[in-house]
Design a protein around this ligand. Sequence first.
Ligand code: G3H
Ligand code: 13P
Ligand code: ZN
Length: 346
Amino acid sequence: MPLVPMRLVLDHAAANNYGVAALNVNNMEQIQAIMEAARETDSPVIIQASRGARSYAQENYLRHLMLAAAELYPELPVVMHQDHGNSPSTCYSAIRNGFTSVMMDGSLLEDAKTPAPYEYNVKVSREVVQVAHALNVSVEGEVGCLGTVGQTKSDAPKVASTEPHDADLEQEPEPEMAHLTDPDEAERFVAETKVDALAVAIGTSHGAYKFTAQPTGEVLKMSLIEEIHRRLPNTHLVMHGSSSVPQELQDIINKNGGKIHQTWGVPVEEIQRGIKHGVRKINVDTDNRLAMTAAIREVFMKSPEKFDPRDYLKPAREAMKKICIARMVSFGQAGNASKMRAAKLF
Ligand code: G3H
Ligand code: 13P
Ligand code: ZN
């Protein structure tokens, strides 16, 4: 079974009012965790790889792992998506390596840091759409930049580190600042580029440190999703930075020698509200990272004598599978792979 374009999955999700988790991978165990979760829940699958993941795993390994997934799970439609492509050439190299969907993130310049002018975003996104659509590859664009609402860099929480050299720990909680999506611009952008899906900035950010308390509508602007959906009822909306950062995983990590500063993520109920208003793709990476790390830390603390990587990678894979199942069920994609197959969509 070939990998399928993302448009096919998102069109079915829109027609049947559900959302699909887009899950990041870097290695074999993560791909296995997602595929097993999808088989158990009968879910269509979106697997995505960042530029960092592609360079970590190497193109050939990643391509063959994805082909193995498609071969081993012929009953499931699987999308292979480039997460946050920083330039047309990144998107084209993904397509050459078998990706069936790409994100051209022209909300930032090629350095993937500097907010880009609107005209630049339209130019690169439109160019990628023209090439990708000719090859039956889907395209996600983004308007607005992710980040935390209403904070300045100096307001950002800092870990009071007792270890003077722990520079990473002190830097990690600093959120980026948000440039929320302007609904007028979103409307123009979709008309001018013809992207298949649109990522919107509503106050979420990547990583574990999203909110310093349970988020309210002041910092997590779900109302903006509703406004954008009202104007673009036929556009598939995408929520990035959508990990929920479960307290339970923070606690397991901290109990087992880790140091996660107290933090809050995006509640699953808020994502479900988004799904009622046009959100079709929900990006989740951090929750799976936390789940794997919690499982590995537990093995290391409880059984320090173990040294066979399978002794900790197997529980890590199981822990990630559990998170994937939970998200697939709560986003509503569970039960839909067989419906897509019955409708002869793949
Ligand atoms: O875009 C954010 C994803 O979590 C991927 O992260 O760039 O560290 O692979 P990464
Ligand atoms: P999280 O860091 O919230 O998992 O977001 C991942 C993401 O948006 C990948 O593009
Ligand atoms: Zn993202």
